[in-house]
Each structure stands twice: as C-alpha cells, then as structure tokens.
Design a protein around this ligand. Structure first.
Ligand SMILES: C[S@@+](CC[C@H](N)C(=O)[O-])C[C@H]1O[C@@H](n2cnc3c(N)ncnc32)[C@H](O)[C@@H]1O
Length: 200
C-alpha cells in the first residue's frame, strides 16, 4: 500500500531528487525532495499561491505549519530577510529535508521541529502562521490546526491557508471566519484559494 505523505516515519525506498523553484520577486532556489513527502516532483501550485500571498514585516516571526521539504519557510526567508522562521511537520523525513534545504539555500535563521500540529511549539507565539494544510488528513485535523493556530498568534497576527477551490475551500473559509471573526482571500487562481484571517 502506498504511504500517505503525512506518515510520521516514511519507510518507502528513497527516491531523492533536486527540484528548482523561483518565488515571485525572489531568486531561484533548489530543494532536495524524496519519496514519502508531499509534491516531490515540483512545487505545488497551491504552495506557490500561498507564498505569493504572505506579507510579513521585518523582525516578525513565521510558523510554516506542515512544512514538507521546506519551500514556504525557505522562500519567505529569502523574500523577507529579517524575519524569524520556524518550520514544523509530523513527517520526520520531510523535516530532515527541510533542514538540509535551508542549508542548501544559504538560509541561516530557520528552526525545523518535528511533531504533531502545535506540539513542537507549545507556548510560543507567532506573527504569521502559514499552511498548505493536509486536506487528506480530514476535517477534524484541519479544524484543530485552525483553532490551535489562533491560540499561537500574537495580537495582530495573520493566519494563511491555501486550499483547492474544489477540495472544500468554501467550507474551510467559513470555519476560519467563525474561529477568527474575519476571513478574506488575498490570492485566487489556478483552482486554489488562499484564505487569510487576522487575530484582533
Ligand atoms: C499539503 S502538504 C504541504 C507541504 C509543504 N508545506 C508544501 O507546501 O509543499 C501538508 C503537510 O502537512 C504535514 N502534516 C500532516 N498532518 C500533520 C500534523 N498533524 N501536524 C503537522 N504536520 C502535518 C504533512 O506531512 C505534509 O508535509
């Protein structure tokens, strides 16, 4: 049986490769990917939309929640050089790749932690939390991550989630709106929507 990309410790045979990606307005980056991690042959279109949508000020902090091989956090670190980046994922193979990819792209200020949801960052607060969430993990997980993101955002902080329009974007937007009291869509395109909410 093929493994979910959110397995904690993938056992599938390694299939390492290098892929390239240039975030809008940034430099070309390269990423090592492998079997058992999300979107291993190219950067996902939704992930690209998410990166386009994120705005962060100098000295602010970003949590890349469910970081995979690290493309969101590493791209934001190169686009907004003065912010602090933390990346987390339940998939240990993804976390190892994210660490190696931060080094590969010369990005120093990144911490990568493995664990379920917010377990690795309990008690920490962030200015921005961004995620291309594990839709296949189901609604209960998505709702838990959305609510826990609220609890880990500073006042004035922003939550960003990208979802395929046909994979429940409207329903997740409603849930985010209920949780945060607001929700808008700063990027829509290619069949994806980025949903953003502010913590008052
Ligand atoms: C859709 S992928 C996005 C990966 C990466 N951010 C990207 O855009 O390429 C979702 C990620 O969430 C991770 N994930 C799934 N369930 C999780 C959980 N409970 N806690 C933390 N990460 C989780 C998966 O392992 C996967 O890497």
């Amino acid at each position: 049986m093929s493994e979910h990309y959110f397995t904690t410790s993938p056992t599938s045979a390694h299939e390492r490769r290098i892929i390239h990606y240039t975030p809008r307005g940034g430099r070309e980056l390269s990423f090592e990917t492998d079997a058992g991690v999300f979107s291993k042959t190219r950067v996902d279109r939704g992930t690209d939309q998410l990166i386009r949508a994120i705005r962060i000020d100098p000295k602010e902090s970003l949590l890349d929640l469910g970081c995979g091989y690290g493309v969101v956090g590493i791209s934001i670190a190169t686009l907004f050089p003065d912010c602090e980046i933390v990346m987390t994922d339940i998939n240990e193979r993804a976390c190892e790749l994210a660490k190696a990819n931060a080094r590969r792209n010369g990005v120093e200020r990144i911490t990568v932690l493995s664990g379920d949801g917010f377990d690795p960052v309990r008690g920490r607060m962030f200015s921005v939390i961004a995620t291309n969430p594990p839709i296949r993990a189901g609604k209960a997980v998505l709702h838990r991550l959305t609510e826990e993101a609220y609890d880990h955002l500073e006042s004035g902080g922003r939550f960003y989630a990208v979802v395929r329009t046909k994979q429940g974007a409207a329903s997740l937007k409603r849930f985010i709106g209920q949780t945060y009291g607001n929700a808008d869509e700063p990027e829509i395109g290619g069949g994806y929507r980025v949903i953003r909410a502010h913590r008052e």
